[in-house]
Write a protein that binds this ligand. Structure first.
Ligand code: AMP
Ligand code: MG
Length: 344
């Protein structure tokens, strides 16, 4: 049998091929279900931001785009709060100590929150700790033990009560010599902002992890909560405990996150504003709360307060749970967390 192909047939075949190719390319660009809506995809992306490894896993329509926007949000927050970025609001306040500095609404409000946590923790949490961090070399990589004289001098410039807030003009002023450092609270804030971006993008299930600051959105799978592993403070590849949770933040502060060893002793980045030295009572504090910002400030505050006062503060606060590991490795779990936690 002979098959005759005329010009008309060839044109028809070419046109059909073009249409099919167009459909294939289009469906690869815009995944969609039978209703024409964006289909549900899972995206996991890791990037290094805010001086730590950030991992975002999200499930939902067009999740890659949502995750990209969440990372852009973390960068935006970092550019507002990092004192090491010379153009950030916090760097500008530090550079202009003694003078009023107009700041963005977010910086003003987080400063108010930081001061609130300073009051709540009787000064254990102090966002004006920068000067002491610098003499120990945290943040600038010097890693040195300062002299008694240097510590006493730096301590004079640490007092959150002296941060002035001008609500009407959205301005802030710090005394000459003071250095603000939002390292104990800004990561949590970034995680909360990320969460909001993902929710706005209709993401129904996600996990945001920025170093020790985590937020779990929804469930991992239908009716199965996220299982969050709390790092063992002395065995970097081990997990100390697993917490099941959904729509909550888990934030851990540890003496293993940033430290140096000199003369056989460990010197870490969480400073007692009273002594001007790294605290010695605890090695890890985990806080569970509705907001990562609150959990972040509280994890640092409890770390400085120590076992007794720290546990008291956790039990006093509604909607806040915690886990404390002391220098001997003893683990304390708050009353509301005992049923939700698996100690390994
Ligand atoms: P975190 O890992 O959340 O406990 O935060 C630790 C970071 O908070 C440090 O790297 C410092 O930038 C900052 N910081 C250290 N000590 C204090 C303190 N007593 N109050 C507030 N922030 C602190
Ligand atoms: Mg913190």
């Amino acid at each position: 049998m002979k098959i005759y192909i005329n010009k008309k047939t060839i044109t028809l075949i070419l046109l059909t091929l073009l249409v099919v190719a167009g459909i294939v390319i289009y469906s690869n660009l815009e995944p969609s279900d039978s209703n024409g809506e964006k289909s549900v995809t899972i995206t996991t992306t890791t990037r290094f931001l805010m001086d730590t490894t950030v991992v975002i896993k999200a499930v939902g329509p067009d999740s890659q785009n949502a995750v990209n926007e969440a990372f852009a949000e973390i960068e935006r927050v970092e550019n507002l709060f990092s004192r090491h970025k010379t153009t950030s609001d916090i760097a500008r306040i530090n550079q202009n100590a003694g003078q009023w500095v107009t700041v963005s609404r977010e910086v003003f409000e987080l400063a108010e929150k930081a001061i609130y946590y300073g009051q709540l923790s009787s000064g254990a949490f102090d966002v004006s700790i920068g000067r002491i961090l610098d003499i120990w070399g945290f943040g600038n990589g010097l890693n040195q033990i300062p002299s008694e004289v240097e510590i006493d001098k730096a301590k004079q410039y640490v007092d959150f009560n002296q941060i002035e807030l001008d609500t009407k003009n959205q301005r802030m002023r710090i005394p000459l010599g003071m250095v603000l450092d939002f390292g104990g609270i800004a990561k949590g804030y970034a995680v909360d902002m990320c969460r909001q971006i993902l929710l706005n993008k209709s993401i129904t299930s996600a996990m945001i992890s920025a170093g020790g600051d985590i937020y779990a959105i929804g469930f991992k799978e239908e009716n199965i909560p996220w299982r969050i592993g709390i790092q063992h403070p002395r065995k970097s590849t081990d997990i100390l405990a697993i917490i099941n949770l959904s729509d909550k933040a888990v934030v851990t502060s540890g003496d293993y996150e940033r430290y140096f060893i000199k003369e056989g002793a460990r010197f870490h980045h969480i400073i007692d504003p009273g002594t001007g030295r790294p605290t010695e009572d605890l090695i890890s504090v985990t806080i569970i709360a509705n907001s990562a910002t609150d959990a972040d400030a509280l994890s640092t505050a409890v770390f400085v307060l120590g076992q007794t006062k720290g546990a008291e503060l956790i039990e006093k606060l509604k909607g806040v749970e915690g886990l404390i590991v002391d220098a001997e490795g003893e683990i304390w779990v708050s009353s509301g967390l005992r049923a939700e936690i698996e100690l390994l």
